[in-house]
Design a protein around this ligand. Structure first.
Ligand SMILES: [Fe+2]
Length: 181
């Protein structure tokens, strides 16, 4: 799993480097994002398989599923929301930042919780016990700060995105259009 996480960060770095160079080739940026998303989906399936094999507590399984699915949903939605004043690089820069914050938050917090539970189950704890123990174990403070930064970024990003959408809708209503176009 760690190797897969590293690969995800490598793919993200590759995309960030393209965006950093001011890459204007939309096809190549889309290709990088497509491979990152395909790899993420495969990785989520692998994780879900491991959780099923170890009969991990359903509360954690559902949390993982929810986070995995909302990641795919958010990225898909962000890709389709092309705002008039957004350049290609701006759009991909936002995507890169979103994916980075999400990956940091998810791998350092949620996946760490999963790893601790799998380990406890392997050492003989019941899935319920393992869940409770993991939930009450503290995050390493250095990791905790990174997770907090990532959460703050995700949250600010969501607020900004909603404001932009709201402005877009208002403009459309003022122009006499409908919310659909
Ligand atoms: Fe996960």
């Amino acid at each position: 799993m760690d190797e897969e996480h590293k690969q995800l960060f490598r793919m993200l770095n590759h995309m960030a480097a393209e965006v950093g160079k001011g890459e204007q080739n939309e096809d190549s940026l889309n290709e990088s994002l497509d491979s990152l998303m395909a790899y993420s989906e495969q990785h989520f399936m692998d994780e879900e398989k491991i959780m099923m094999q170890h009969k991990i507590d359903n509360r954690h399984f559902l949390l993982q599923r929810m986070e995995h699915q909302s990641f795919i949903y958010d990225v898909t939605r962000m890709r389709s929301e092309v705002l008039l004043d957004d350049s290609i690089t701006d759009r991909f820069e936002k995507l890169v930042k979103f994916v980075a914050s999400w990956l940091i938050y998810h791998t350092l917090r949620t996946d760490q919780l999963m790893a601790r539970q799998v380990e406890a189950i392997v050492h003989g704890q019941s899935p319920e016990q393992a869940y409770e123990t993991a939930l009450h174990s503290a995050l390493d403070p250095a990791v905790g700060n990174k997770v907090l930064d990532a959460v703050l970024h995700l949250w600010t990003e969501a607020v900004e995105r909603n404001q932009l959408l709201e402005q877009k809708l208002k403009r459309q209503i003022l122009q006499g259009g409908t919310a659909e176009n």
